[in-house]
Design a protein around this ligand. Structure first.
Ligand code: SF4
Ligand code: SF4
Length: 449
């Protein structure tokens, strides 16, 4: 089952950034301490089940989510728990483990995928620490294991700058994708696989098992909530789950080897990174084994340039993160800038020459705001680029007035938090962050005991 869709919008978000990773893949194994850092998981309440000095096995549970007590996070390698660090309001910051190769990994029971019932498939994924690879819409939380997904959307592509490209590693993972989808099919009949039409991968085998959609458009359409918005047929599918190809690889390799899969593929990009390429690394590896931050003012973004997290003091690759971007945070002002044609000024509109050439001329990436937030001028740019046809300025007014029902009526729950509205807004309003905060507050309200 193959489908192709092209989604047209008033204005294409056709900005091109410098710092793209090459498609080479380098293997880097952890040589020292590793760390399990849960910063990427919003809205979880970790409860640690190990203590300092414990010897743990690869695949042994380290903590669970108090909101979903069956969902555990497992240790990537065997070793000794060296530190458990808590931050603000005793929120878990990191668990450090010194690997010890003399301790055998935890061995799981062999799995016959064809004979798995829904209940057995769920308990297999939970027992092997694979559950947190799924996200439930519309709040993008880890799904409750008691629920069954109406559909699962699998994203094989994430063209947001700069995430790993599956085409760079397809020779190593093509069988894993098939096995992973076989397992998902035990959870729901309705599995939809989304691939960028520009990604050169053969999906013939996958299309014999699931609906494959080749989508054309900019990266914001490949945020799982944006894809779901365009693909869903029924209202129940608003609560669909999504996952990416890394989850399929984790499932397949853990099922095949009967041991927790301790590695992952990542990319390193950004205009201040030195070795921009793909890597296969140990989960929880020390960041300085793969990137060098030569200028201390540069900023490390865990995840894509638009949707990633800036965590200043996280020395290990956080859980669930597959990209590291290093970008300039203090760009030097252009010499006599009023005499320059504006080729290097980041601009989405045509106010500067760079805005006319944005599809071919790399935009210099930086985290500088170049000014502060101002009032909305109702220019409508945020609506023109929104991949889910929202009216962000109207939703913003409702959110600011604490009218969440009004915001929902204008599509708040469809927002994929792709952040392109934030990028294009000439008034520098962080719309995406405001919508995320409003959705998080709503989630906490509807799930309060
Ligand atoms: S409102 Fe903004 S963040 Fe949300 S989907 Fe639209 S463009 Fe993306
Ligand atoms: S882009 Fe910014 S200024 Fe323009 S309508 Fe949207 S919120 Fe208002």
């Amino acid at each position: 089952m193959k489908h192709a869709i092209t989604i047209h919008r008033k204005k294409k978000f056709n900005v091109f950034f410098d710092g793209q990773p090459s498609s080479d893949v380098q293997v880097v194994d952890a040589t020292g301490m590793i760390g399990v850092c849960p910063q990427h998981f919003r809205l979880i309440k970790p409860k640690v089940v190990v203590k300092v000095g414990d010897m743990v096995k690869q695949g042994q549970p380290l903590f669970f989510d108090k909101k979903n007590p069956q969902v555990y996070v497992h240790s990537p390698l065997s070793g000794e728990v060296k530190t458990i660090e808590y931050g603000h309001q005793r929120r878990l910051e990191k668990i450090e483990i010194m690997p010890d190769a003399t301790i055998d990994p935890l061995q799981f029971q062999p799995v016959d995928i064809e004979s798995l019932t829904i209940a057995k498939a769920k308990s297999m994924l939970l027992e092997r620490g694979l559950w947190h690879g799924f996200s439930e819409h519309p709040f993008r939380t880890i799904p409750n294991p008691a629920e069954t997904p109406p559909a699962i959307v699998v994203m094989l592509s994430n063209p947001e700058p700069f995430h790993p490209k599956i085409s760079a590693v397809i020779d190593q993972v093509d069988h894993d994708l098939v096995t992973g989808i076989q397992v998902l099919k035990r959870l729901t009949e309705h599995v939809v696989v989304v691939v960028d039409a520009n990604e050169k991968i053969n999906c013939d085998e996958i299309s014999s098992m699931a609906k494959v959609v080749r989508m054309s458009g900019d990266f914001s359409l490949f945020e799982p909530a944006s894809a779901l918005y365009h693909l869903k047929d029924k209202v129940e599918e608003n609560k669909s789950w999504s996952c990416d190809w890394h989850t399929l690889v984790n499932i397949a390799r853990t099922v095949k080897s009967q041991q927790f899969f301790p590695q992952q593929f990542i990319s390193v990009g950004g205009n201040q990174a030195k070795d921009n390429r793909h890597y296969c690394v140990t989960k929880g590896i020390q960041i300085n084994q793969v990137v060098t931050k030569e200028d201390p003012t540069n900023r490390i973004i865990f995840g894509g340039l638009f949707t990633g997290l800036h965590c200043e003091h996280v020395p290990y690759l956080p859980l669930g993160v597959s990209a590291i971007n290093i970008v300039d945070s203090h760009p030097q002002p252009e010499f006599l800038s009023f005499l320059q044609p504006g080729l290097k000024k980041p601009s989405f509109t045509t106010a500067y020459l760079s805005g006319l050439l944005k599809a071919v001329n790399p935009t210099p990436t930086s985290t500088a705001l170049n000014g502060s937030e101002r009032d909305c001028i109702s220019c409508g740019l945020c609506h023109d680029v929104c991949p889910v046809d929202m009216l962000p300025q109207t939703v913003l007014r409702n959110v600011a007035g604490n009218d969440i029902e009004g915001a929902m009526a204008f599509g708040l729950l469809d927002c994929s938090n792709c952040s392109v509205c934030t990028y294009v807004c000439p008034s520098k309003i962080d719309l995406s962050a405001r919508f995320q905060e409003a959705k998080d507050a709503l989630y906490l309200e509807v799930t309060a005991p």
